[in-house]
Design a protein around this ligand. Structure first.
Ligand code: GCU
Length: 587
């Protein structure tokens, strides 16, 4: 028990370091959201830096040569990707300068943070011409101190966004998803007291104890009194921070444990002076025992679906609570108790609604395909992106799996990179399982053997298998003999086939619904005979935009492996999967 407490303390400290003092629970803070219509200037040659777009101060006098004007520029909605807001930007990869004027009246003694839920991919943030900071990474939150640059009255916020792919980025040059650029999630101006609760983490320990660690930041973090209450559990605790602003406590409790069937969430409040933060917390344990995934002491089979973060009925980045609710309600309707959030950290609504609906989550950073595994800066970026994801989601009971990679080459330098990343993940969060999706299983004349070194590093082995689509006839899949060199749980993290919804060609025709059904039926027979299988997440919930899928008349730059069409219409294969899960749920 003591070791876990220290680990939990480490968790707070290291994740805080990794996440550069992010605020925990940004949505729960006092704030105004700077969402809505922004002015935008497309800047493919990056002239904006030299011309200092960030110093825009209104429409220029007619006799002044100024070759840009945000007031008369195009408009973009924030949050939102630019690709689906204007046909001229559908394919655009480069810089776009966003500008938003807003009026503000500072409150005495308050501290102000500009918090971005995500910007894809590079962001430079200027307030009233002052550079507040820069961030790299397209799917995780970041924040800057805005207190000094903020003015009473009119303020001008300028954000330079660049989504151009680069070899040393994460992800790198090629992905099978659309490179949606923009301020894709909410922008928050958060007001804080001079001394405030910056971070907290609730952890349920196996012996019926709850561990809580809290960090206070600001002008005087030491020796601060924090009152914690979980009223439904009859718990009230008073904590005092130490010289570094940290406080921790462990207490006995008997919460109804969070499960997909009964996703109990408890309202928790933390009060420091005038400031009260509330959150909804689920309590559960997750571990591996042999080749079983064990939730609250009982083996569980993960009936899942992989999901890209795209709008339910069209293309474009999803970001809202409503969209998250639709996507995850579909997963529940399919009979899922688990979702794979591919291939990057999804927006916070997805995590909070997975908590609420009862869906265990495989969360992932986009270490995807062949990133620069020999570049120490890339390893640092992977740790940064993981740290920001962990910091934001560490209080979500739904998250049981941290995935550190998808389909990476079986090389020594990659295995060294991922082994170090796995060590970082484990040291920052000893309470969850480490996984990754691999596709380096060895082909034999009767099936596949899972025997590569990296599979020995993770707690749960994810396997992407496209038998019946990219190789072998579907009927061969049913005969596959799977072997593993490891007594560990295996999740088939991807299998599937493409189909254009409504195209009823025969079952020998690629992209017909009949062929997709044939592939699924044969793969499900394979799964019924697979040793160590602890879960499956077919690829994937719905068709999604992909620049690598040009086949005119069939793909039209959509990846058609969805169980739902790009409009959210069920393909016949939906019902095959739904029936299989209904049977699985009875076992
Ligand atoms: C790969 C990859 C996915 C991709 C899928 C496909 O396994 O992980 O990102 O979309 O296969 O080929 O459709």
């Amino acid at each position: 028990m003591k070791s876990v407490i220290i680990a939990v303390g480490m968790l707070l400290f290291v994740s805080q370091t990794l996440a550069m003092d992010l605020l925990q629970n940004a949505p729960g803070r006092e704030q105004i959201q700077l969402n809505g219509q922004w002015n935008a200037i497309v800047d493919p040659f990056d002239v904006g830096d030299k011309r200092q777009f960030q110093n825009f101060n209104g429409t220029p006098a007619a006799d002044r040569l100024q070759e840009f004007n945000f007031d008369s520029a195009m408009k973009l909605q924030v949050p939102g990707d630019w690709n689906t807001q204007d046909d001229k930007l559908f394919w655009y990869e480069g810089s776009v300068w966003y500008e938003k004027a807003f009026y503000h009246q500072a409150e005495a003694g308050k501290h102000y943070i500009l918090y971005f839920d995500a910007v894809n991919y590079l962001a430079s943030v200027y307030l009233n011409g002052t550079l507040l900071g820069k961030h790299e990474g397209g799917f995780t939150p970041f924040q800057f101190n805005a207190t000094d640059a903020l003015k009473d009255g009119k303020n001008v916020l300028v954000v330079k966004v660049n989504n151009r792919r680069e070899p040393d980025f994460i992800p790198t040059m090629s992905t099978d998803w659309w490179n949606y650029g923009g301020i894709t999630r909410p922008v928050r101006l958060i007001a804080l007291p001079q001394t405030y609760i910056q971070d907290y983490q609730f952890t349920y320990l196996k012996d019926g104890n709850i561990a809580l660690s809290v960090t206070v930041s600001g002008s005087s973090p030491a020796n601060q009194t924090i009152d914690v209450a979980l009223p439904t559990l009859g718990i009230t605790k008073r904590l005092k921070t130490d010289a570094t602003g940290q406080a921790s406590v462990t207490f006995k409790a008997k919460p109804r444990l969070w499960t997909p069937e009964s996703p109990a969430l408890y309202t928790a409040s933390l009060t420091l002076g005038e400031q009260t933060l509330t959150d909804k917390i689920g309590f559960r344990t997750i571990e591996v025992s042999g080749d079983k995934i064990v939730l609250n002491g009982k083996p569980v089979f993960l009936r899942g679906i992989a999901i890209h973060e795209e709008k339910p009925f069209s293309d474009g980045r999803a970001w809202s609570e409503e969209e998250a609710r639709i996507l995850l309600s579909w997963a529940k309707e399919l009979g899922c108790n688990y979702v794979r959030f591919a291939h990057y950290p999804h927006n916070e609504n997805m995590l909070r609604i997975a908590d609420e609906l009862g869906l265990m989550v495989w969360a992932e950073i986009p270490v995807y395909w062949d990133i620069q595994f020999d570049n120490p800066n890339v390893l640092a970026k992977a740790k940064q992106q993981f740290g920001e994801m962990l910091f934001r989601d560490k209080n979500r009971a739904a998250v049981i799996l941290w995935s550190i990679a998808n389909e990476t080459p079986n090389t020594e330098v990659r295995t060294a990179f991922l082994t170090e990343l796995a060590d970082t993940v484990r040291s920052t969060d000893p309470t969850r399982l480490v996984t990754a999706a691999i596709n380096t299983q060895t082909a034999t004349d009767s099936g596949r053997i899972i025997d590569e070194a990296f599979a020995g590093v993770v707690d749960v082995i994810g396997i992407n298998s496209y038998c019946g689509w990219y190789y072998d006839a579907p009927e061969t899949c049913a005969q596959y003999k799977w072997q593993s060199a490891f007594n560990k749980p295996i999740i088939i993290s991807e299998f599937g086939a493409g189909a254009l919804q409504g195209w009823q060609g025969d079952e020998n025709t690629f992209f017909s619904e009949a062929y997709q059904m044939r592939v699924f039926k044969q793969n499900l027979i394979m799964l019924d005979n697979m040793p160590h299988l602890a879960g499956v997440s077919p690829w994937l919930l719905k068709d999604f935009r992909a620049a690598r899928r040009p086949l005119a008349g069939i793909q039209d730059y959509w990846n058609r492996k969805g169980l739902l069409s790009d409009q959210g219409i069920k393909k016949q294969v939906w019902f095959i999967m739904q029936d299989w899960y209904a049977e699985k749920a009875k076992q």
